[in-house]
Design a protein around this ligand. Structure first.
Ligand SMILES: [Zn+2]
Length: 371
């Protein structure tokens, strides 16, 4: 959730400093020791105030070099700073900066996964100057890794969301579906269990060759280069930051920033980043990305983007259709399941949104010669 690009802010400020241009503050204010929360009604203000009181001190605790300060939060139905300037629907929150490392306020979208979004924005609001050599996009990765650490109930959701985003750079990921292959003259209990591998690709596709440039762009230049940061960048930023955190905690990443500053670099050399994450940017291929999906992430991904999975499942199952009286019988006997990297299986029938998507698009999808 990007902070508003400052050049835009200054321009708008110069053009329209009139109070009438500014979006009005939400009416209801609930104060906390960590900042004031404004929202349209007392219930929402109280809910987010309780979240702020829980999350702000914990962000300060887990984020090395964080600022000890309060930060106000505005909860808005439509995210905006100015009356006439709404942020795109996909943006769920942003942090308004009055200067580098000086946050003015957090804006949070009213509905949605507030623990994730607020934790994320608190990282932008409380990050200290000792992180100034951090590549711009990695602050987004840091914000999501902290959100994941502080909100375990959202962890596999955040991980799956970001892995799906990151798969834009790896030409997708491999989806393995296990199933019992029907055989006319044998009882179903003797049917052979088979695995079909598919390449699952999201609509976004970005060349991995861009990665060194993305990860060597400073905080200041990020929004100049990409005024609207593609979600795929967030995915890769989370993946790289998460791998560094798994191999040495956030302290390891912070230490890279301090070392870069000591050695006179404006930004942490991209080689240090990829080395600390133990990746070669030019080998982050489909197999690499597939191996990043653990059972929890794969299941969450099927909930998040069921259509991505249902198309492939239909391609596999539809040719078997004529052998069965109805789909229920097909699923009962063929037992299609997502085959996970650890060899375990998640029955497709147990993932409601995926079954719904399969049934919804079953007739539209032409019979393919998948098997
Ligand atoms: Zn962000």
């Amino acid at each position: 959730m990007p902070a508003i690009p400052r050049p835009l802010l200054w321009l708008l400020a110069a053009f329209c400093a009139l109070p009438s241009c500014l979006a009005p503050p939400p009416p209801i204010l609930v104060e906390t020791p960590f900042g004031g929360v404004r929202a349209a009604n007392a219930e929402k203000a109280t809910e987010i105030a309780a979240l702020l009181e829980d999350l702000a001190p914990r962000v300060q605790e887990v984020l090395p070099g964080s600022q000890d300060r309060a930060i106000d939060v505005w909860v808005q139905e439509k995210l905006r700073v100015y009356r006439f300037n709404e942020r795109p629907e996909s943006v769920r929150g942003f942090t308004l900066l009055s200067d580098e490392f000086r946050a003015k306020r957090i804006h949070l979208q009213e509905d949605g996964q507030s623990p994730w979004y607020l934790s994320h924005e608190l990282v932008h609001a409380l990050i200290g100057t000792s992180w100034k050599t951090l590549p711009g996009i990695m602050e987004e990765g840091l914000a999501d890794v902290v959100a994941e650490q502080l909100n375990p109930t959202y962890a596999s959701h955040i991980r799956a969301h970001r892995l799906l985003n990151a798969s834009a750079f790896s030409e997708g990921f491999y989806l393995r579906i296990a199933y019992n292959r029907p055989e006319r003259d044998r009882p179903s209990s003797d049917w052979e269990r088979r695995i079909q591998t598919f390449r699952a690709e999201t609509t976004a596709k970005i060349s991995a060759k861009l990665l060194p440039r993305i990860f060597s762009t400073s905080r200041n230049n990020l929004h100049e280069e990409w005024p609207e940061i593609p979600e795929a960048f967030y995915g890769m930023a989370w993946l790289i930051t998460s791998r560094i955190a798994e191999r040495g905690g956030l302290e390891k990443l912070h230490e890279l920033c301090l070392r870069a500053e000591r050695e006179g670099y404006e930004i942490v050399p991209v080689e240090w980043i990829f080395e600390a994450a133990d990746v070669d940017w030019d080998r982050m291929d489909t197999e690499f990305l597939s191996a990043c999906f653990g059972p929890g992430e794969m299941r969450a991904a099927a909930y998040l983007q069921p259509e991505l999975f249902s198309q492939l499942a239909i391609d596999l199952l539809k040719p078997m259709w004529p052998a069965f009286r109805n789909r229920r019988a097909l699923f009962w006997y063929v037992k299609p399941a997502l085959r996970l990297s650890n060899g375990s299986e998640v029955p497709i029938r147990s993932i409601g949104p995926l079954m719904g998507s399969i049934f919804a698009s079953w007739n539209e999808r032409p019979l393919s010669s998948a098997n």
